[in-house]
Design a protein around this ligand. Sequence first.
Ligand code: HXC
Length: 262
Amino acid sequence: ARRSYEYIDVSEPRPGVGQITLNRPKALNALCTPLIAELNTALRSFQASPTVAAIVLTGSERAFAAGADIKEMAPLTFSEAYTTSFIESWSDLTTALKKPLIAAVSGHALGGGCELALMADIIYCTPTANFGQPEIKLGTIPGAGGSQRLTRAVGKSKAMELILTGKSFSGEEAERWGVAARLFPSYDALLEGALKTAETIAGYSKVAVQAAKEVVNKSQDLPLRDGVEYERRVFHSLFGSQDQKIGMKAFAEKKKAEWSNQ
Ligand code: HXC
């Protein structure tokens, strides 16, 4: 069912691909609470959709997202933030979504915007991308996982420098450091590249794709030995899927696999 949203646009631009475009241009896509609620609703609906297998999340050419909404946060008290679990709902994105999510980042991805991108499974960006955790300049710290995910992505020394100085880093640096998987020369090329990758992923077995995402994510939480064992268990379990038989039979017969998603 189509819903109408105030702060985002939602579409299915390619077979198997859902797209969410943050659309709050007046505030450079600052991530106010109702925007995050809409984002979670849209992601849940793509998660439940039988026609969507991979998702692209983007902003505008000028801004992916300029952070949490500073004007909304400014008057919050500790007890309000604590009792409402402020920002906790942002994590729905990482817990409720089993389908791959590609963040296509152009322009500002600051504070919560950078953290939102880091929650995605793959980041693509342009040279104009401006990533950073400037919270220190506002008298606060990253609150949506930035201190943890950025540190895992770039290592402690760089993360510490970025978070303590609030200095931003460019799309080129993001790509060089492995924060972003690929750099595209323009916003149009970025979006096209993200949609193409999403389409490629959507062309594989849904069972295998979900398992692949799950095991790569485990690497962020588990010690190596446990992670490798986890991977092997899931790998073994896929011999119980029809698609493993379909995929390997198609290879042997030099045919294109027709996935059953079973
Ligand atoms: C609320 C914001 C905003 C934000 C921009 N705007 N960022 N409103 N929250 N995070 C608004 C501005 O107030 C302005 O509104 C309009 O968007 C355009 O912004 P300008 O500053 O005029 O644009 P420009 O000069 O191009 O500068 C762009 C910018 C700057 C460098 C991105 O806007 C900026 O520094 N923004 C804040 C970035 C930041 O500190 N993010 C981290 C937030 S803390 P008006 O009404 O004046 O036109 C955070 C905490 C995370 O994210 C922890 C939990 C998730």
